[in-house]
Design a protein around this ligand. Structure first.
Ligand SMILES: [Zn+2]
Length: 111
C-alpha cells in the first residue's frame, strides 16, 4: 500500500495510506478534491486537486468518487424574490393560530 504525504492545516505534513484518502471528481465541471482525516488531530481535511494530482492519486490506488451537481441548481424559482417584509409577515403568521391553520389547510388541500 502506497504512502501518501499530505498537509493538515493544523498539524502540517502527515503520512497517510491510500485507504486514508478519497478523491472526489465532479462530472459536471471536472473539478477535483481529495479528502482525508488527519491521523494526528482527526480533522477532516479537503483540498483542491488539479487533474494531474487526481491522476497521480488514482494511479496510486486511492478510491475515486465521481459525483454530479444536484439538478436543483438548474431550476429557476418562480415568483418574486423573498423579501424582509415577507419574513416579518411569516413571523406574524406563526403567532396567529387562525391564519396559520388557514395557510396550512390551503397548501395541504387536494387540488
Ligand atoms: Zn491534523
Amino acid at each position: 500500500m502506497a504512502k501518501i504525504r499530505a498537509s493538515c492545516p493544523t498539524c502540517g505534513d502527515v503520512e497517510l495510506t491510500t485507504d486514508d484518502v478519497v478523491v472526489r471528481v465532479c462530472a459536471d465541471d471536472n473539478s477535483g478534491t481529495y479528502t482525508f482525516q488527519c491521523s494526528v488531530c482527526s480533522t477532516n481535511v479537503v483540498k483542491p486537486a488539479e487533474q494531474h494530482i487526481v491522476d497521480l492519486l488514482a494511479a496510486s490506488g486511492v478510491k475515486v468518487v465521481v459525483w454530479t451537481l444536484p439538478a436543483e441548481l438548474n431550476e429557476r424559482p418562480v415568483g418574486e424574490p423573498f423579501t424582509h417584509d415577507d419574513l416579518l409577515d411569516f413571523h406574524s403568521m406563526l403567532h396567529d393560530d387562525e391564519a396559520l391553520t388557514f395557510a396550512l389547510e390551503t397548501i395541504t388541500r387536494p387540488a
